[in-house]
Ligand binder design. Sequence first.
Ligand SMILES: Nc1ncnc2c1ncn2[C@@H]1O[C@H](COP(=O)(O)OP(=O)(O)OP(=O)(O)O)[C@@H](O)[C@H]1O
Ligand SMILES: [Mg+2]
Length: 226
Amino acid sequence: MAYGGIQAVKGVDFEVREGELVSLIGSNGAGKTTTMKAITGSLPINDGDIEYLGKSIRGQGPWDLVKQGLAMVPEGRGIFTRMTILENLQMGAYIRNDKPEIQMDIEKVFGIFPRLKERKDQLAGTLSGGEQQMLAMGRALISRPKVLLLDEPSMGLSPIMVDKIFEVVRDVYAQGVTVLLVEQNASRALALANRGYVMDSGLITMTGEGKTMLKDPKVRAAYLGE
Ligand SMILES: Nc1ncnc2c1ncn2[C@@H]1O[C@H](COP(=O)(O)OP(=O)(O)OP(=O)(O)O)[C@@H](O)[C@H]1O
Ligand SMILES: [Mg+2]
């Protein structure tokens, strides 16, 4: 995967199995976001393939994938700032036409994030960073994903909000959604994960069980600031 001829990601070979929570960690500029964009078709890939449920999804765009149960919360959240919270959530249901159930799912999201309910008619652009993250996650959940891709959901948030976001990720996973989590917060991400991958300079350089990696001295030195 390249930007204007400069290759950003070279040999990324990894898998996420059904029902797993997999964390992808790595320093700034390692290529994590590029990889996520390649999976969801918002960036073309030059070489290789991406399979979902046993079939190639290479070349399919984000909306095609949402219809097949693959939803992404992008880095920076990607909410519609000039729409209200409620309208943003309704956008998440764009692929569905079962109105009463959509309403139930919106209520469910409000149950997870009561703050969003209190502010449902407020423009999304006026929300705090943490609230925007809740909204982006809520919007993804409303598409009823089988697989949820999260790109740095805890970035820039206060400690309380970080706790809340990790708690929701854990709950979503516990309810049977497969999760691919990209995080700078390597310790939290690996503690939660079945398996982890480390990415460095556009390559996958290490993999293992989440808890094993958490104890690995190399991982601790490079990504946990020890
Ligand atoms: N639109 C772009 N144009 C040119 N280069 C880009 C572009 N987006 C990313 N890159 C480069 O590609 C490389 C990988 O970037 P990427 O955003 O995938 O990293 P990342 O692992 O997500 O980092 P971070 O943890 O900071 O989010 C970096 O060297 C980056 O500068
Ligand atoms: Mg990134």
